[in-house]
Ligand binder design. Structure first.
Ligand code: NAD
Ligand code: AHE
Ligand code: ZN
Ligand code: ZN
Length: 374
């Protein structure tokens, strides 16, 4: 049976979302209908809403950082059942495709093509409003009280974990933490620089601290981020605007006796990506691109930077395999080993979701969590 719930609908690029009653069709084979309780708002939602995402199409139900309870499942679903507490996964894990079996990546190829087109794996939508089909987003669409996802795009977690916090493990925190511990595999004593101290960058800091990095340098243009960097365990903070006659890469090379072992772009700015690569140590330094740059933007550097051993790489969702690894991250959170609560600076109700987007643009917002049931 279809169900009706409220959703924040993006009808057009660059316009506010509007709260609508939408019809959410029942899950088909290998699909799961989730009642979303809480969702974070991520910069990638704003990026797609802005119209700059080449994959963005409208009307659409955005949102990809959500937690909720399974309401019903379609035929053939065995991995979750009604009543399970879950986190939606924009990076699915089928465990059987070439990508999943490679042991080299967390990217799964099974439903990527349809996910990018905003439809379910059978090519159709489960959302209807005012006689129109609405598109799905990143295989999750968490800005809806009810959403339908593929069964490979959801993971059950312990019912003891508070969903108003675990929702953030659906993107920002896992992305940064995973980039440090899973993708870069930062080693004890190593030197790390993180460009951009938002939710993602501070999560990289958290991962670097967990890996016992020796020097953890946060680079941010916002002086207010020094306090945040300190709170998460960074050892140094540099504001590029304070540098006189020196580039940020020169400053970092000076601070680290020749360059960093690992650098991370958590800004989405292609100029920063270049600086991050060039701040790496000759011979082995690795720079991890995490930030999402707008369509048409390209990165560049002298190829000599790579010839002399620096490595440029990137990751989505931190390189974390959601169905396999997220329950362990939740366990770490519950055991007090992973910070999550500390990232929440703002809360809104569903009818205030446009304020959440505005809040996110302000320098004092790390993450805003939206209560989908109010
Ligand atoms: N690859 C992935 O899987 C993935 C997942 C989540 C988010 N993202 C992307 O990661 C990026 C960061 O996300 P966030 O939520 O932490 O963003 P945020 O806006 O909260 O944080 C970005 C920080 O970068 C700083 N900054 C901006 N320009 C800078 C510059 N030139 N030099 C130094 N600092 C600068 C800002 O002051 C801010 O503190 C976004 O582009 C987002 O879309 C990627
Ligand atoms: N659709 C955009 C790309 C956006 C992008 O890079 N998304 C990241 C996650 S950002 C989460 O906040 C991602 O998962 N990328 C891998 C993938 O999409 O398969 C564009 O086309 O530019
Ligand atoms: Zn995100
Ligand atoms: Zn797969």
């Amino acid at each position: 049976m279809s169900t009706v719930g409220k959703a924040a609908v993006a009808w057009e690029a660059g316009k506010d979302l509007t709260i609508e009653d939408i019809e959410v069709l029942p899950p088909r084979a290998n699909e799961v209908r989730i009642e979303i309780y809480y969702t974070g708002v991520c910069h990638t939602d704003a990026y797609t809403l802005s119209g700059k995402d080449p994959e963005g199409a409208f009307p659409i139900v955005l949102g990809h950082e959500g937690a909720g309870i399974v309401e019903s499942v379609g035929e053939g679903v065995t991995s979750v059942k009604p009543g399970d507490y879950v986190v939606a996964l924009y990076t699915p894990e089928c465990k059987e495709c070439k990508f999943c079996k490679s042991g080299k990546t967390n990217l799964c190829g099974k439903i990527r093509a349809t996910q990018g087109k905003g439809v379910m794996p059978d090519g159709t939508s489960r959302f209807k409003c005012k006689g129109k089909d609405l598109l799905h987003f990143m295989g999750t669409s968490t800005f809806s009280q009810y959403t339908v996802v593929a069964d490979i795009s959801v993971v059950a977690i312990t019912k003891d974990a508070p969903m108003d916090r675990t929702c953030l493990l659906g993107c920002g925190i896992t992305t940064g933490y995973g980039a440090a511990v899973e993708t870069a595999k930062v080693e004890e004593g190593s030197t790390v620089a993180i460009f951009g101290a938002g939710c993602v960058g501070l999560s990289v800091v958290q991962g670097a601290v967990q890996r016992k990095a020796g020097k953890i340098i946060v680079v941010d243009l916002n002086p207010g981020k020094k306090e945040w960097a300190d709170k998460f365990g960074a050892t140094d903070f540099v504001n590029p605007s304070d540098l006189k006659g020196q580039t940020i890469q020169e400053k970092l090379i000076e601070m680290t006796d020749g360059g960093c072992d690992y650098t991370f772009d958590c800004t989405g700015n292609v100029g920063v990506m270049r600086a991050a690569l060039e701040a790496c140590h000759k011979g082995w330094g690795q720079s991890i691109v995490i930030g999402v740059a707008a369509a048409g933007q390209e990165i560049s550097t002298r190829p000599f930077q790579l010839v002399t051993g620096r490595v440029w790489k990137g990751c989505a969702f931190g390189g974390i395999k959601g169905r396999t690894q997220l329950p362990d991250l939740v366990a770490d959170y519950m055991a007090g080993k992973l910070k999550v609560d500390e990232f929440i600076t703002h809360r809104k109700n569903l009818d205030g979701i446009n304020d959440a987007f505005e809040t996110m643009k302000q320098g004092d917002c790390i993450r805003c969590v939206v209560d989908m049931r109010k």
